[in-house]
Design a protein around this ligand. Structure first.
Ligand SMILES: [Zn+2]
Length: 458
């Protein structure tokens, strides 16, 4: 890290740490709409974006990256994942949702060790860096070990330690303890949340405790809720309320909440969401929905209700990748299909959700999600020289419909270069795989007949 220097003029002026020249920068206008600034120079000081402008700058002493032929974008923000589940990538395919939980994933998760979690999280971090994701909201177990992977990889994350009511009070207690201990860790790159698993696996009393602790400690609450219409139907039948209604009754909508999926949101939920406008985020991960033949998140309804909608991948056990470029592509085309509206969810709207929308959903508005001065220098460079991205008539369209995660050449978080010219600088993938591979047969062995939880949301 390059520090500050005294200028000969006598005034204290910080030197640039990093300068990206000759790049086309994706910027947001005052209304939050996407715009592009060709021939831009981005100056980073102390991990923060200092300026994005055309014209010469003094790059003395700085690392200079040539952005010719590339687009600089805010690093993508993945609003909901379970990063260590990359260890189960492809291990539970072509089964019903109920069997996915009860016969595959939850029995396999009995086998987890903290070492497995850290190794898998490191692999996930490598995948995300390589694909231009710079922040992720994570929901899993042994999160102290995920925090170690985040610290070492250089990524930014919001981390929550999952709990079920079936664990007894220690689940909630451990989640709160983790959230308080680790908030601000890794030089501030780690923020934390309370992470009750879902409205169908955590009872009202624990949801109320969570809501109260979230308000008391100003913590985001990250939870699966209204995952699909069947959950909403079952919740009405059993509790007399929709899952969003349960969030309201237990006080969770009085604080900041990040809801995974929210596909089962119905019009009667809108007044509750409107009353909580600005505090509620939703992460939508459409690839996995399509894989199980399901409908998608009603993004138009949620945006109209004042919800901060962002994009996500969910875990790789259902989504197979942590690729936000796939999420952007699927979001646009599935939204167009579900709304039967070819004008809805344009490439620009989609880029808006993946940047400003996702940042707001994870509680990081003004911190990440934009190349505006004062934001963290979380920047990716997209190489558009490939034949599949040429020629360019409409940059937003090229990025959403043509570009791939493999087109990311450079990934920067807080001004630190984590990948340069496709070379990962902070994660040793062969070493991680050497640690993980010998564990795979034990991890996927379900002959013990046990499970960490039972799925009965439908
Ligand atoms: Zn999930």
């Amino acid at each position: 890290m390059i520090g500050t220097v005294d200028e000969p003029s006598g005034g204290l002026k910080m030197s640039a740490d990093l300068v990206i020249e000759n790049v086309t920068a994706l910027v947001h206008d005052a209304a939050g709409d996407i715009d592009f600034l060709p021939g831009a120079t981005i100056v980073v000081r102390n991990g923060v974006i200092d300026s994005v402008a055309t014209g010469p700058v003094d790059a003395a002493g700085a690392t200079v990256l040539d952005g010719r032929g590339q687009v600089a974008m805010p690093g993508l923000v993945n609003c909901h994942t379970h990063s260590p589940m990359v260890m189960f990538r492809g291990a539970a395919e072509d089964v019903s949702t109920v069997d996915w939980f009860n016969k595959r994933i939850w029995p396999m998760e009995v086998n987890l060790t903290p070492d497995d979690v850290e190794l898998a999280a490191s692999l996930a971090c490598a995948e995300m860096i390589a694909g231009g994701t710079t922040t992720f909201a994570d929901h899993y177990f042994a999160m102290d070990r995920v925090a170690a992977a985040v610290r070492d990889s250089g990524l930014r994350a919001n981390l929550g330690w999952t709990y079920f009511s079936s664990e007894g009070p220690q689940g909630f207690d451990r989640g709160l303890e983790f959230a308080l201990e680790y908030r601000g860790a890794a030089d501030g790159r780690i923020t934390t949340s309370l992470a009750p698993h879902g409205v169908y696996t955590v009872d009202d009393a624990d949801l109320e405790r969570t809501a109260a602790a979230g308000l008391e400690h100003d913590l985001l609450v990250h939870i699966h809720a209204a995952e699909h219409r069947e959950e909403t139907r079952a919740s009405r039948a059993r509790r007399g309320l929709t899952p969003i209604g349960v969030l309201g009754r237990t006080g969770l909508l009085d604080g900041r909440v990040l809801i995974a999926h929210a596909k089962g949101t119905v019009p009667e939920d809108v007044p509750l969401l409107q009353a909580a406008a600005g505090r509620v985020g939703v992460g939508s991960a459409p690839k996995g929905y399509l894989k199980v033949g399901e409908h998608t998140t009603p993004i138009r309804l949620l945006l109209a209700a004042g919800v901060n909608v962002g994009l996500a991948t969910d875990g790789a056990a259902s989504n197979n990748t942590l690729d936000m470029w796939e999420s952007m592509l699927f979001t646009s085309v599935v939204q167009k299909y579900s709304e039967q509206d070819e004008l809805w969810m344009s490439a620009r709207q989609t880029l808006g959700l993946a940047t400003l929308g996702s940042a707001a959903a994870v509680g990081l508005s003004g911190v990440v999600g934009s190349l505006a001065p004062g934001h963290q220098a979380d920047i990716i460079l997209v190489d558009l020289s490939g034949p599949h991205t040429q020629p360019v008539h409409d940059l937003a369209s090229t990025l959403v419909f043509s570009a791939r995660s493999a087109d990311i050449s450079t990934t920067i978080v807080a001004g630190e270069v984590l990948m340069r010219d496709r070379r990962l600088l902070t994660v040793d993938v062969p070493a991680v795989l050497a640690g993980l591979q010998p564990r795979l047969s034990a991890l996927t062995d379900i002959s013990h007949g046990r499970s960490i939880q039972e799925y009965n949301a439908v």
